[in-house]
Structure formats: C-alpha cells, structure tokens
Ligand binder design. Sequence first.
Ligand SMILES: Cc1cc2nc3c(=O)[nH]c(=O)nc-3n(C[C@H](O)[C@H](O)[C@H](O)COP(=O)(O)OP(=O)(O)OC[C@H]3O[C@@H](n4cnc5c(N)ncnc54)[C@H](O)[C@@H]3O)c2cc1C
Length: 432
Amino acid sequence: MRNIIILGAGLSGLSCAYHCKDNYKIYEKSDRVGGLCKSEKIEGYTFDYGPHILYSIDTYATELIHKLLKGNLYEKAREAWIYHKINNIYTRFPFQSHLYGLPKNIVKECVIGLFEAYTNPDKIKPKNYKEWMYKVFGKGITDYLMVPYSYRIWTIGPEKMNYDWIKRRVPTPDIEEIIDGAIRDSSKEAGFNIEFWYPIKGGIQALPEGFLNYLKNIYLNSEATRIYLNKKKVEINHKIKESYDYLISTLPLPELVKIIDEVPTDVKKAADNLLNNSIYCVNLGIDRPNITDKHWIYFYEDDFVFHRISFPMNFSPFTTPEGKSSISTEIAYSKFRPLSKDTVIEKAIESLKKANLLFNDDKIEVTQILNMEYAYIIYDLDHRKNVDKIHSFLKENNIISCGRFGEWEYFNMDHSIISGKKSAGKLNKLLY
Ligand SMILES: Cc1cc2nc3c(=O)[nH]c(=O)nc-3n(C[C@H](O)[C@H](O)[C@H](O)COP(=O)(O)OP(=O)(O)OC[C@H]3O[C@@H](n4cnc5c(N)ncnc54)[C@H](O)[C@@H]3O)c2cc1C
C-alpha cells in the first residue's frame, strides 16, 4: 500500500477518498468538510455559500448523490425568472425561449436578429464568446441581455472570453422554440435543470456530510503550507511534514503553485495568468411571509448590484423560520471590478428595493455576508494553454489536481464528484 495525501475536503477531495483503494489522509484547512458546499446557520435561517441546487445527467453521480443523502431530498420543478426594470416585469429563464411579455419593439428586434443569424451563410468560426453569441442568437438577444449579463457575472467583456464552456451552460433552443416563446405565453421549460433536488434538512452541507459515513483519516484545521517536490513531502500548518507517494490536490491551481517549492518560471507565469471571479453572497432574513414563490431570479442590468438572487425558503421550508422569508443575493467582483465588503449589504438592499422585492417597512432581522474568493473560473482566451501547462508540470511530479479549481473548469457539484472519482481511478491504475 502506498501513501496518498488528499488536499481539501470539498466534494472532489471527499469523492476521491471515497473511491480510493489505498491508504489516504485528507488535510482540510477549514474546521468543516464541504468547501463551497458548506451551509451557515444563523438565527433559525440556513444559507449556502450561494444557493446550491442539485441536478445531474450522469447516472453514477445521480445514484451516489441519492445514496449520500438517504432520502433527505426534495425534488422541485424549477421556477427561474429574469427581471427587467422596463415595466417592472419578469420573463421566464432562459431568456431566449421566453421573449413574450417584453415590449413589442424589443421582441421584434430579438426575433429579426435571430432570423438574420439563422439565415447568415457565413461559416466563419467565432473567435470569442461575444462572436459566438452573435452567431447563435443574433444581435437583438445578444445586445439586449446576453452581453450585459455576461459583464455582470464574469466582470469582463465576452470578447475576452472563449466559449469552450458553453455546452450544458448556455441553453441554445432551436429557432421554432424561440419564435414560439416570443408570440405566446409559453411556460414550456427549457435548459438543463428543469427539475432539481435540494436537501430537505441541513442545507447543501448535508451532501458533503453524507460522505463522512464512509470515510476515515480526515484532518481538519490542517492547511497545506508547502510542498517539497523532490522529497515528496507536504508541510501542514507550517509544522509537520508528511510523506506521500501520490498527492491529490483540490486547491485552486494558483494557490497550489504558490506552495510548491520549485516551480519553473513558465508554469508560475501560467498560474499568475489564470482568471477567476469572486462572489459576495449577501443573505437576508425578512420578517414577512412568502415574498415570492420563485426559486431564483437573474438580473442583467447595471442598476442592480447582483446577477442572481435566490429564495432558500422555496428550496426547503426548513431553511427559514415559519412565517418569514429568506433571500440570498450573489454579487460578483474581481480585480477588473473591485467591490468593497463594507458597502455590499447596503447595495444589495438598495437593489432589492429598486426591484420591488423589499419595501421600506420590511423588517430585516438577519444580515450575513459570505465571501467566496474563488467562485467561478473565467474562460479567458488563454485558459486552455495556461491550464494545460500547469497540469503537465504537476503530472510529471506525481500530483493529480482535481475538482472545480484543481481542474480549473466550470464544474457543478456532480462534475466535482466525478472529477474526484476519476482521480482515484488514475491512482488505482498507477498503483496496481
Ligand atoms: C456561487 C456558487 C454557486 C454554485 N451553485 C451550484 C449549484 O447550484 N449546483 C451545482 O451543482 N454546483 C454549484 N456550484 C459549484 C460547486 O460549488 C462546486 O462544483 C463544488 O463545490 C466544488 O468542489 P471542490 O471540492 O472541487 O472545490 P471546493 O469546494 O473549493 O473544495 C476545496 C477545498 O480545499 C480546501 N483548501 C483550500 N486550500 C487548502 C490548503 N492549502 N490546505 C488544505 N485545504 C485547503 C478548501 O477549504 C475546500 O474545502 C456553485 C459554485 C458557486 C461558487
């Protein structure tokens, strides 16, 4: 048996251990397992680090999620909407399939643009995400919503991004569906998570905790502070040094590269050039019942500080005291669009009032800010080149980097679980 060290006890690290056939130890810097899938309890409310809904098209991940949650799961039909300040209206998500209800001139522009894009004989491959949007949706839809929303969530312009990540992310309904959704109030759902699951009790943290029944050797409050490549040792909390045969890291790639003792300059540069956004999640507990029956709402206009708000009380009533409502807002920032933590609650409340979701006489009984420094990786135009360079260096040095920030890909929970499983699979092959 060889020694495997796993860094990080988020879903990917836990899944790797669950599928590992060898001796392993998990070191996690936090005082709890779960990583981004932690939940916080405050005065009777439960909030996730950005509301986390479960869905998967992968049969194995689906079965494992159900096994881990042992029936502690609601199945919900998605109520996802988009807010438009014009006339204070909502249209269903995804925007492109549900134009009905918008002012007629906007619908007309969107449909004409779509028709022009559809009939355009030009076969040139788009060079970036913005060109891809124009090619697929046309000018109306792209200019009205796609570009502004892109800025809100990614904090950079879509012309600076590639579109490798689009599959299963941006719904691309066919022209018939789009026209149907433009001429009548069609509630036909489109997209990838039409139905979703959410833990009945415990918030999303119930999922990583489900792994604990099957795992051992998890060391909490244990941060990897240095990796000695030649000696194959990891230093924990600047003190003890542990030897390994293979190291599995789920740390964000830039953080991993920082703690490795000897890194070639080009690899360091590649890690420095990786881009990600960060998110403040401003959570509010409101002393008013049933603010809405929606699950979440997207915002794309600059008048609002957030790109999405969700209502945990509608995911599970156990997240919110009876007779009250809960709101979770997600606010993206980055070095390209910095945002001070000191003013973010105030800005979130102001934006909620502008959207008529909160009123001056509402009693806000709980406020909370959760910060996710690494939230979404940004697919800039050099993404693939930089990630490949770092991964090949790690591979040469017996380090397998997995998970959302270890692979540096737009992974959902199911992808992260599968990423951990695949790493264990690689190890199992290497060892036997
Ligand atoms: C705002 C937001 C909303 C999301 N919503 C959804 C959703 O609705 N549905 C969905 O399926 N997915 C969603 N996701 C994605 C999901 O959270 C991730 O795919 C998944 O949690 C990633 O797990 P991971 O283990 O790869 O990474 P992480 O959860 O980041 O785990 C990494 C772990 O490493 C630990 N660590 C870091 N540095 C060290 C160190 N030096 N030493 C030891 N440990 C260390 C961290 O503390 C952490 O526990 C969302 C993500 C975000 C940001």
